[in-house]
Write a protein that binds this ligand. Structure first.
Ligand code: ADP
Length: 643
C-alpha cells in the first residue's frame, strides 16, 4: 500500500502540468467551467435545506385548514424549490456545453503536441519498440485520459462543495457525524487506489500485446495485405493469433475485475452498516421528541447523500489517480528530446557547392546493433558530378543516404560539404540543399499535382513547375490520362480515388524529388520499377535535368550505374572498387565478375562499355532489345552475383 501511495504521489506531480496545459489552452472556458461547478456544487445542499423547511411548514400547516396564512409559507418555499431545481437544470446544460467546447480544444492541443513531438524526434526513435509502445500509449490513452482527468477534477470539486455543505448541515445533530461519514468510506478508498494502480501496471505491461492485436487487426483489414492474405490463405492464421492474445488479455482483465468487485462488496457493506446505525440513532431521538420530522428528513437526505457523495468523491479521486498515471505516459513521451539538433552557432551552408561532398572515415552502427553498417567509410562526391554506388543488399547503401540527410550522426568520422562538417550546419538548411528519391517512397492520398508539389511545400510550386517535374520524371502522360488529369485524387482510400501501378507511383515520387530545386540529388533505386527502354529514355533526360547538380545514384542496375561519371562498388560497409564502367571492367574485380556472371547467365552478349546506347548493339538476334537489357539488369542485390 505504501508503495502504491508513493507511486500515487509521484503520478500526482503531473497534475499541475496538465492543468497548466488546460488553462493555457482555454482560459475562458475553464473560468466559466469552474464558476458553474461551484454553483452546481451548492445547489443540492440548497435543495436538502429547502426540503426540511417545506416539511416543517407542512407539519405546521396540517390541520390549520386552507387559510392563506397557513398555505402561503408552503407555497413560497415550494416556489423557491422550483426555482432552485430549474437553476440546477440550467446549469447542468450550460456546464455540458462549456465542457464540450473546452474538451475539444484541449483534445486538439494535446494531439498537436503529440504530432509536433512525433515529427521532431530522431528517426532512431522509430527503430525502437519501446518508443512505439510510448507513442501508442500517448496517442491512444493520453487524449481521452486528459479529458477524463479534467472531468474527474470537475466532479471532485463539485461533489466536494456539496459534501462540505451537507456535512455542515449534519453538525447541529452531532459533531461526530461528519467524521463517521468519512470513516464509513475508507474501505472504498483502499479499493479504489489499490485496483487502479494494479490496472495501470497491467495496462503498461500489456502494451506490446495490445499492439500485436492492432497489427493483426490491420493485417486482416488493410488493402495492402489483402492480396497476400487471400492467396496464401493467411486470414485464419492471423485471426487465430489475434484471438489468442485477446483471450489472454480478456482473462487477465476479468480476473482483476472479479477481485475488485469482491473488495467493493466488502467496502459497500461496511458503509451501509454505519449509515444504518446512524439512522437508527436519529429515529430514536425523534421518538424521544428531540428532533422534528423536518430534521429527520434533512438528516436522512444529508447523511444518505453525503455517503453517496463520498463514494463519488472517492471514485473521482480514483479516476484522477488512474488518469494521472496515463498522463504520465503522455508527458514522458513529450519529454523525448531529439539528439540530431542544430549546433549552437550554425555555420552558413556552402552554396553553391565548389568542392563537393566528402565522407571521411565514417563508422556507423544502428542503435542497439553490434554490427557496423558503415566501417571507416571514405567517399568523395565531387560537386556537379554524378556518382553511382552499386553493391549487394545490406552493403550499407541506404544507410549512407540516411547519414547524408543527417537522420543519424556517425559514431566516428565526418561528412563534409566543401570541408564543413554537416553537424556544424543547421539541420533545416542542410535538408533544403538535398532532394531524395527514397527506396520506398510514400504514396500520398492526394491529387497527382499535390503528390508532386509536396516535394517543396515551402515554395508552393506553380502549375507549370509541377508539370515540368512530371515531364522530367516521365509521368506526365500517365497523369494526363487520369480522369481529372493533375487534379485526380490518387489512392483507393477515399471516394473517387484512382490507383497507379508501382512504376507509375515511383515516377510520381521522382517528380516530387525533382520539383524541389535542390543542388544535391540523391536517388535510391530510381529505375528499379522501370522497364529497360523506359530506363534508357529516362536516364538520358535525367542527365540533362541534373546538369550542374551533385548527384548520388544508388542502384542495383548496371545499365543505370554505367551512365554515372564515377561508379563505386560497396560491400560490407566499405567501398571496395571505384572507377568508370570501363575501368571497373578492366580491373577485373568484384564489379567485373558480377557483370560477367550476369552476362554468362543469360544468352545475350555483353552490353559493351563503349556502346553508344546501352543495349543498342550486339543483342542476341533472337531477343527483343528490351529482353536483352532485362537480362543485363539482373539484380546486383544478389550476393551470389558478387561471389
Ligand atoms: P543496402 O541499402 O545496401 O541494402 P542498408 O544500408 O539498408 O543496406 O543496410 C546496411 C546494414 O545495416 C544491413 O546489415 C542492415 O541489416 C542494417 N540495417 C539497416 N537498417 C537498419 C536499422 N534500421 N536498424 C538496424 N540495422 C539496420
Amino acid at each position: 500500500m505504501s508503495a502504491n501511495l508513493r507511486t500515487a504521489a509521484a503520478q500526482l506531480l503531473y497534475l499541475p502540468r496538465i492543468f497548466g496545459l488546460v488553462w493555457a489552452t482555454s482560459r475562458l472556458y475553464t473560468t466559466a467551467w469552474a464558476i458553474l461547478l461551484v454553483a452546481q456544487g451548492l445547489l443540492p445542499a440548497a435543495v436538502v435545506f429547502l426540503s426540511r423547511l417545506i416539511v416543517d411548514a407542512l407539519v405546521d400547516a396540517v390541520g390549520v385548514g386552507t387559510s392563506w396564512d397557513g398555505v402561503r409559507p408552503v407555497l413560497l418555499l415550494g416556489g423557491l424549490m422550483a426555482g432552485v431545481l430549474l437553476l440546477t437544470e440550467l446549469f447542468h446544460s450550460a456546464i455540458e456545453w462549456v465542457r464540450t467546447a473546452q474538451s475539444e480544444l484541449v483534445r486538439d492541443r494535446i494531439s498537436a503536441l503529440i504530432h509536433e513531438k512525433s515529427i521532431s524526434v530522431d528517426i532512431a526513435y522509430y527503430e525502437s519498440a519501446e518508443f512505439h509502445d510510448r507513442l501508442d500509449r500517448a496517442r491512444s490513452d493520453a487524449n481521452d485520459r486528459s479529458l477524463a482527468l479534467l472531468e474527474g477534477t470537475g466532479s471532485l470539486l463539485q461533489n466536494g462543495i456539496t459534501l462540505v455543505a451537507m456535512a455542515s448541515m449534519l453538525i447541529p445533530y452531532g459533531l461526530w457525524l461528519p467524521p463517521v461519514l468519512l470513516v464509513s468510506t475508507l474501505p472504498a478508498l483502499f479499493v479504489v487506489v489499490r485496483f487502479n494502480h494494479r490496472f495501470h501496471l497491467w495496462w503498461q505491461r500489456s502494451t506490446q500485446s495490445r499492439r500485436w492485436t492492432k497489427y493483426y487487426d490491420t493485417m486482416l483489414s488493410s488493402s495492402g495485405a489483402a492480396s497476400e492474405l487471400r492467396l496464401f490463405n493467411l486470414g485464419g492464421h492471423f485471426m487465430s493469433a489475434y484471438r489468442g492474445i485477446r483471450r489472454r488479455l480478456r482473462a487477465e482483465q476479468l480476473d482483476m475485475v472479479t477481485r475488485q468487485s469482491l473488495a467493493r462488496i466488502f467496502a459497500g457493506s461496511t458503509a451501509l452498516l454505519i449509515s444504518g446505525a446512524a439512522m437508527a440513532w436519529m429515529v430514536w431521538r425523534a421518538f424521544l421528541g428531540l428532533v422534528t420530522l423536518g430534521d429527520l428528513v434533512l438528516f436522512y437526505q444529508a447523511f444518505n447523500r453525503g455517503q453517496g457523495l463520498m463514494r463519488s468523491l472517492l471514485s473521482n479521486v480514483g479516476q484522477i489517480y488512474a488518469n494521472s498515471m496515463y498522463i504520465g505516459d503522455l508527458f514522458t513521451f513529450l519529454e523525448l528530446e531529439p539528439r540530431v539538433v542544430d549546433p549552437v552557432r550554425p555555420v552558413p551552408i556552402p552554396s553553391p557547392l565548389r568542392d563537393g561532398i566528402a565522407i571521411r572515415q565514417v563508422t556507423f552502427r544502428y542503435p542497439d546493433s553490434e554490427h557496423a553498417a558503415l566501417k571507416e567509410f571514405d567517399l568523395v562526391i565531387p560537386a556537379g558530378r554524378t556518382v553511382a554506388i552499386v553493391g549487394p543488399n545490406g552493403a550499407g547503401k541506404s544507410t549512407l543516404v540516411k547519414l547524408l540527410c543527417r537522420f543519424y550522426d556517425p559514431e566516428a568520422g565526418a561528412i563534409q560539404l566543401d570541408g564543413v562538417d554537416i553537424r556544424q550546419l543547421s539541420v533545416e538548411d542542410l535538408r533544403r540543399q538535398i532532394t531524395v528519391l527514397f527506396q520506398f517512397p510514400i504514396r500520398y492520398h492526394a491529387t497527382a499535382a499535390e503528390n508532386i508539389a509536396l516535394g517543396d511545400v515551402g515554395a508552393q510550386p506553380s502549375e507549370a513547375q509541377v508539370q515540368a517535374a512530371a515531364e522530367s520524371a516521365g509521368v506526365d502522360q500517365t497523369i494526363l490520362r487520369l480522369p481529372q488529369g493533375y487534379e485526380s485524387l490518387l489512392g483507393r482510400l477515399f471516394v473517387n480515388g484512382t490507383d497507379l501501378s508501382g512504376g507509375e507511383w515511383q515516377r510520381l515520387a521522382l517528380a516530387r524529388a525533382f520539383v524541389r530545386q535542390a543542388p544535391i540529388i540523391i536517388l535510391d533505386e530510381p529505375t528499379s520499377f522501370m522497364d529497360s527502354w523506359a530506363e534508357i529514355e529516362w536516364l538520358d533526360r535525367f542527365r540533362e535535368l541534373a546538369r550542374g547538380c551533385t548527384v548520388l545514384i544508388i542502384t542495383h542496375r548496371f545499365t543505370t550505374a554505367r551512365r554515372a561519371d564515377e561508379i563505386h562498388v560497396m560491400d560490407q560497409g566499405r567501398i571496395v572498387e571505384s572507377g568508370s564502367h570501363a575501368e571497373l571492367l578492366a580491373q577485373d574485380g568484384l564489379y567485373a565478375r558480377s557483370w560477367t556472371a550476369q552476362i554468362n547467365a543469360g544468352t545475350n552478349p555483353p552490353v559493351e562499355a563503349s556502346a553508344p546506347e546501352p543495349g543498342m548493339n550486339g543483342q542476341d538476334p533472337g531477343k527483343t532489345p528490351s529482353e536483352a537489357l532485362s537480362q543485363a539488369n539482373h539484380d546486383l542485390g544478389d550476393r551470389t552475383a558478387f561471389s
